[in-house]
Design a binder for this molecule. Structure first.
Ligand SMILES: NC(=O)c1ccc[n+]([C@@H]2O[C@H](COP(=O)([O-])OP(=O)(O)OC[C@H]3O[C@@H](n4cnc5c(N)ncnc54)[C@H](OP(=O)(O)O)[C@@H]3O)[C@@H](O)[C@H]2O)c1
Length: 211
């Protein structure tokens, strides 16, 4: 199987690539044109998210797209770049006839069926009022994915840690399932790859955390 990864030049990307290679996937990573990203075992397509041809090239013949795109730098740039990049990925996927998208999101992008979980709600409010550009982009990306018409899954996380997988997860909507704040990036990568082979969370946005 072939998988295209976006946002895989960051910290979770390392685990996504490792997990995908372990499972025997052929991997293409889309990296920004100025990215220093290198990896001997993946194909790399470099470009801007405004370049539809390159996005299509990166996605072509893939079985699914996994995205770990998210705000990385403070201050976050104006103009909701993550939402626009996601929108461009979705357009390219449609043009290439690909409909499975698994993307990382957060509790800040509320699901309509979430209950109240103060651990998740309070940081979300903090982000909303202290980092409005980040908030707008996180919420915009989630809205764009929900409206995409694709078979999407948003994997919502709170606090990512670069520690080994626990393989013991809480999975489900905030306020309904008991969650912790932390989750290992390796657990996230495993859960995302698991979604490629199951429809359990298609068009759903479960929170995941370490038990
Ligand atoms: N860190 C946490 O505790 C936490 C909590 C909740 C949710 N999340 C979300 O989880 C995901 C993975 O986290 P992480 O720690 O692995 O993130 P990361 O290391 O910051 O990586 C973010 C990725 O998004 C890309 N990116 C950032 N800004 C961009 C822009 N303006 N245009 C295009 N690409 C851009 C980065 O590309 P470059 O390498 O080119 O910069 C990188 O590939 C992100 O979506 C993050 O928002 C993280």
């Amino acid at each position: 199987m072939k998988i295209t990864l976006f946002g895989a030049t960051g910290k979770t990307g390392i685990y996504l690539i490792q997990e995908g290679l372990k499972r025997g996937f052929e991997i293409t990573v889309f990296a920004r044109s100025n990215s220093q990203f290198e990896h001997p075992d993946v194909q790399i397509v470099r470009g801007d998210f405004t370049n539809q041809n390159l996005l299509r090239e990166a996605i072509r013949d893939s079985d699914a797209v996994l995205s770990a795109l998210g705000p990385a730098n403070i201050p976050h740039p104006n103009g909701i770049p993550i939402t626009k990049a996601t929108d461009a990925i979705i357009s390219a996927m449609k043009l290439e006839g690909l409909d499975r998208l698994v993307a990382i999101s957060t509790g800040t992008a509320v699901d309509p069926d979430d209950g109240i979980d103060m651990k998740i709600w309070l940081p979300a409010q903090l982000i909303k009022f202290t980092m409005p550009k980040v908030y707008k982009d996180i919420v915009g990306m989630a809205k764009t994915i929900r409206a995409s018409g694709l078979n999407w899954t948003m994997v919502r996380v709170a606090l990512l840690k670069s520690i080994p997988a626990s393989n013991r997860l809480n999975v489900g909507l905030y306020g309904h399932v008991k969650h912790n704040l932390k989750i290992s990036r390796e657990d996230v990568a495993k859960f995302m790859f698991d979604q490629i082979l199951t429809s359990e969370f298609v068009n759903k946005a479960p929170g995941i955390s370490t038990q």
